[in-house]
Design a binder for this molecule. Structure first.
Ligand SMILES: Cc1cc2nc3c(=O)[nH]c(=O)nc-3n(C[C@H](O)[C@H](O)[C@H](O)COP(=O)(O)OP(=O)(O)OC[C@H]3O[C@@H](n4cnc5c(N)ncnc54)[C@H](O)[C@@H]3O)c2cc1C
Length: 444
């Protein structure tokens, strides 16, 4: 017998995302009023929800789809990340950045490229410029011998996989970054860079009837109704045969995936605009750290001048929330990381600081499952949701319509999400493990 799923918590976005702040004002789509019907309800307009809506309409253009987003599109994690849609294996908390076997890595690459193709398809179809979606590749950057060794080992893995890459020495890395702080870098061409808030907003706005997007529409209850489900939000309700829950870690707020998800937050700061001549090197580049758990950097060009994004620090937060004080604390680390890497930007100051939620499974596997007939779940972004959650969204859309693709078959090879240890072991272990890995990443 089906039961009601009631949201015990709704998302709150800590800090002010610089990506949103840089965008012009936009009028959000209105919330649903009264009783509406649709063929499918998608809950959550992050990477997973938007990809699901897109895939559903590609598979059946006549399908009426209602996307319900608790907040304003772009203000959630999908719009407040560093903007890397990474094509190669990249497990942020793993021992190495590559996968553990060639077969696993190839499946990962196929999944990532399928996700990038969906994003690229949107960008090309709607004529978005490179300031929104830029298939420019990325650098992975090292600051010392440990990072250098990791890059060499990673390059070896890529060679075995037949993946194009180029190692840069210290001089070439200085030409890229404008500073002599870094010891080496590895360029891989397949990553696409996005202005994440702009990208997800445009994505949501490009979905046209019979797909409808509703914002400021937190879903409070999902209850069985006839042969389907009734999804209630504020003064409105949508009834549909199928519901796709694409709320990542908030699946647990609906009582699902108990002890299967770990809530981890990461933090970013964006500097004030600076005169481009203050810092040499390229004016646009993006670099993930050589050691997993290190610091991500991205230089961007804005109408007021150039800016530097610093993303660093992970925290384990079983309540799926972080305080404003945690954003301030992480900000101090960002200031120090910026000053030690770019002495000429010391004292520039950060204009925006924020944090965002991610949900990891114990064994880093995705979760796409039918909880009950017609009620589907896509979760477990595992820290790289621009690709992982997009892929989850594609697969949940396909499966809900009974379609089995190569990507879906690959998902079938994944293990089930392993159980997270009971409290307080989970919290203690999670915090200790993150602290140890961050300590090991050192200043990278
Ligand atoms: C600072 C930072 C940097 C990052 N950098 C990168 C990066 O460069 N590359 C990368 O791949 N990943 C990155 N990530 C991770 C990435 O942002 C996440 O993995 C991704 O957003 C997960 O996508 P999702 O669609 O699963 O979930 P989300 O993006 O969290 O989307 C879920 C949506 O569901 C909505 N929701 C929740 N509950 C309800 C409800 N009851 N009713 C309606 N809607 C609801 C939320 O408001 C949210 O918009 C970063 C994250 C942060 C915070």
């Amino acid at each position: 017998m089906s039961k009601a799923y009631v949201a015990s918590a709704l998302p709150r976005q800590p800090g002010i995302s610089g990506w949103v702040a840089l965008l012009p004002p936009r009028r959000p789509h209105p919330a649903p009023e009264g009783n509406i019907t649709a063929d499918v309800v998608v809950i959550g307009a992050g990477f997973a929800g938007l990809a699901a809506a897109r895939k559903l309409s590609q598979l059946d253009p006549k399908l009426s789809v209602a996307v319900l987003e608790a907040g304003i599109v772009g203000e959630g994690p999908a719009g407040r990340n560093s903007g890397f849609i990474i094509d190669l294996p990249h497990e942020v908390s793993a021992e190495s950045l590559g996968g553990d076997s060639a077969a696993h890595s190839r499946r990962d690459i196929f999944k990532n490229r399928t996700a990038i193709a969906l994003a690229q398809g949107m960008a090309e179809e709607h004529g978005w410029g490179r300031e929104v979606f830029d298939p420019c590749g990325r650098h992975t950057i090292a600051k010392g011998p440990a990072g250098d060794r990791h890059l060499v080992a990673y390059a070896e893995q890529l060679k075995e996989l037949g993946e194009v890459h180029a190692l840069l020495d210290a001089k070439q890395t200085a030409e890229l970054t404008g500073v002599t702080t870094f010891s080496s870098a590895l360029f891989t061409p397949g990553t696409a860079m996005i202005q994440p808030a702009d990208f997800v907003r445009r994505f949501a706005d490009a979905l046209k009837p019979p797909v409808r997007v509703f914002e400021q529409s937190p879903v409070q209850r999902i209850t069985p109704s006839g042969a389907g489900w009734k999804v209630e939000s504020g003064r409105g309700a949508v009834t549909a045969a199928r519901v796709l829950l694409a709320v990542n870690g908030h699946a647990q707020s609906f009582g699902l995936l108990k002890r299967r998800l770990m809530h981890v937050f990461t933090y970013a700061s964006l500097t004030r605009a600076f005169e481009p001549r203050l810092l040499g090197g390229n004016r646009q580049w993006a670099a993930t750290p050589a050691l997993p758990m290190g610091t991500t950097l991205r230089r961007i060009v804005t109408s007021e001048g150039d800016r530097m994004l610093v993303r660093s620090r992970y925290s384990f937060n079983p309540t799926n929330t972080v305080s404003d004080a945690a954003v301030v604390r992480a900000g101090r680390l960002h200031d120090a990381r910026l000053a030690s890497r770019f002495p000429m930007l010391r004292g520039l100051g950060m204009e925006y600081r924020w944090a965002g939620a991610m949900a990891l499974t114990w064994n880093s596997v995705p979760v796409v499952q039918e909880v009950e007939p017609g009620l589907w779940l896509a979760a477990g972004c595992n820290g790289v949701g621009a690709t992982n959650a997009t892929a989850n969204g594609i697969v949940v859309a396909e499966r809900s319509l009974g379609v089995m693709s190569e990507l879906g078959r690959n998902f079938e090879l994944s293990a089930a999400p392993g159980p997270v240890p009971p409290e307080p072991i989970a919290t203690l272990g999670g915090k200790l493990s993150l602290a140890f890995k961050e300590w090991r990443a050192g200043d990278e």
